[in-house]
Design a protein around this ligand. Structure first.
Ligand SMILES: Nc1nc2c(c(=O)[nH]1)N(C=O)[C@@H](CNc1ccc(C(=O)N[C@@H](CCC(=O)O)C(=O)O)cc1)CN2
Ligand SMILES: Nc1nc2c(ncn2[C@@H]2O[C@H](COP(=O)(O)OP(=O)(O)OP(=O)(O)O)[C@@H](O)[C@H]2O)c(=O)[nH]1
Ligand SMILES: [Mg+2]
Length: 469
């Protein structure tokens, strides 16, 4: 299939496409399942399954006993909705069958659909891809839908909904439109120089270019908040063997996710649990106790733990009460400003001598003031304070008020290239050179929203979706 882009930027499809179908609700036993069809054969297929010769009124749910058109066997009593294109999710004719959610019902209906000529099962993301190709949404909105389906916490949901509703696309389109306007002025001046502008047009439009450039750079310098909200805030638990790291993980996860034992060196691989802290997604990672060891497996565990700790957003260094204030040298090397010290196993002992702040130096010599919390992973003592502190840190790292943030590396890279082009464009007075740089910047932004040059990207972007979406 080919896609043409009109002058206004709306993609239009050329040529005949298959009618696609898929189970759009989740796999597994459920009360109701939704099977969707999209394409020119959707309506006729509905008529065949229901044994009727006219389409139901668009967008009205009807009671729909479904029969296998070949055998006339009754498969289910369902509900069906017909959407006449272009007023549908994909922009094509769409049919929804709301069947009972049993495996055999779903399989029976899907088998009937597969047997019909011109129908085939949808690829992952193909409905949303068609919606994009039919001009229903831009690429950032389509990516917002993917993020919404993957959202596990309220904050992730809010970000995805804003993107799905088009806020991010609108921001990028605004920049693109302003750059195109500046470009039009420059091009006009190249073709028809204005004698009243002896310095040429570039100094005139430079203010506009530089304000877009400034807004882009501010958007880029966001500490990756939006991207990290999608990925989850990474917290790694570190410390000497037997300090109680796995016990802490289990307490935070409220289940026995990791094996705990009195044997030092119990944990060798990393164990991850996903938590929702005040609506924000957190990945908590338990690691192998840091020590030099003759055991190759344990040594590899320590290497992985160290690497993971270096990439983390926050490090929890667990120290056994009986070792405090000595901090294990391996852990001390990983301490930086994003570290919290936890003195564990304070159950049944006096905590009077444990300070609330630790002052010291990081491995690279920075002066640090880190919070110290006495806890007992065994009894739960100190957990409330710890959870409160973690929630504050996670919010600081991921929360934001104000304009929609950058959410994907794909967008970041295109914007960085656009910003570089503008940088260059702002440094010349020669209209032809400035025009070329602005044109390249416009093109990069157009790739983000999908206005230009994206055919090669679509398989990658929509391949990440689930089938039926
Ligand atoms: N049953 C069902 N629920 C669903 C979906 C669906 O496809 N089916 N969705 C699927 O993702 C989401 C809703 N998204 C939708 C988006 C647009 C249209 C639609 O019909 N759009 C038309 C009319 C718009 C209007 O009336 O204002 C259009 O864009 O022209 C339908 C669903 C979530 N819930
Ligand atoms: N009294 C007391 N014992 C604890 C506490 N936390 C952990 N322990 C005990 O300390 C031992 C080690 O606990 P783990 O959680 O396995 O320690 P770890 O840091 O994961 O150890 P490795 O995986 O070997 O590095 C176990 O016997 C735990 O029951 C605590 O708060 N108080
Ligand atoms: Mg452990």
């Amino acid at each position: 299939m080919t896609i043409n882009v009109t002058d206004s930027g709306t993609p239009i499809r050329v040529g005949q496409t298959d009618t696609i179908f898929a189970l759009s609700s989740g796999a597994g036993r459920a009360g109701v399942a939704v099977i969707r069809l999209s394409g020119s054969m959707a309506g006729a297929t509905l008529c065949a399954l229901l044994g009727r010769d006219s389409l139901p009124k668009p967008r009205h749910a009807i009671y729909a006993p479904i029969h296998d058109p070949k055998t006339n066997e009754r498969l289910d009593d369902a509900v069906a909705i017909y959407f006449a294109g272009p007023a549908s999710f994909t922009g094509e004719d769409v049919v929804e069958l709301h069947t009972h959610g049993g495996r055999a019902v779903i399989d029976g209906v899907l088998d009937c659909l597969a047997a019909r000529p011109g129908l085939r099962i949808a690829e992952p993301g193909e409905y949303t891809r068609r919606a994009f190709e039919n001009g229903k949404m831009d690429l950032t909105a389509a990516e917002g839908i993917a993020d919404l389906i993957d959202a596990e916490t309220a904050a992730q949901r809010r970000q995805a909904v804003r993107q799905m509703a088009g806020e991010l696309g609108a921001l990028y389109e605004n920049w693109r439109a302003r750059l195109m306007k500046a470009l039009a002025y420059i091009e006009a001046d190249i073709d028809f120089p204005d004698e009243d502008l002896p310095g040429g047009i570039v100094p005139v439009v430079r203010g506009d270019l530089s304000s877009v450039h400034g807004e882009m750079d501010k958007h880029l310098a966001d500490n990756r908040r939006g991207e990290r909200l999608r990925e989850g805030f990474q917290i790694v638990i570190l410390g000497a063997p037997n300090a109680g790291k796995s016990s802490l993980l289990n307490r935070l996860a409220r289940r026995e996710a990791a094996i705990v034992s009195e044997i030092a060196g119990t944990t060798r691989d990393m164990i991850e649990v996903h938590l929702d802290l005040g609506g924000f997604p957190v990945t908590m990672v338990d690691t192998a106790g840091l020590r030099e060891s003759g055991d190759v497996i344990e040594t590899e565990g320590v290497r992985r733990a160290t690497a993971r700790a270096e990439d983390a957003d926050l490090r929890l260094v667990v120290v056994d009460r009986s070792d405090w204030p000595h901090i294990d040298a391996e852990a001390a090397r990983l301490i930086d400003a994003n570290t919290i010290l936890l003195v564990n196993k304070v159950d049944g002992v006096d905590v009077g001598d444990i300070p609330t702040v630790w002052s010291g130096k990081s491995a690279i010599g920075d002066r640090l003031e880190l919070p110290v919390l006495p806890i007992s992973a065994m009894t739960g003592q100190g957990m409330e304070s710890l959870l409160q502190l973690l929630e504050t840190r996670v919010k600081e790292g991921l929360d934001f008020a104000g304009p929609v943030p950058l959410t994907r590396l794909r967008h970041r890279q295109a914007l960085e290239r656009a910003s570089d082009h503008l940088d260059r464009g702002l440094q010349t007075d020669i209209a032809e050179l400035a025009a070329e740089d602005v044109r390249l910047a416009v093109r990069e932004i157009g790739k983000i929203t999908g206005r230009v040059d994206v055919e090669d990207l679509l398989d990658i972007i929509f391949g990440d979706f689930c089938i039926g979406k």
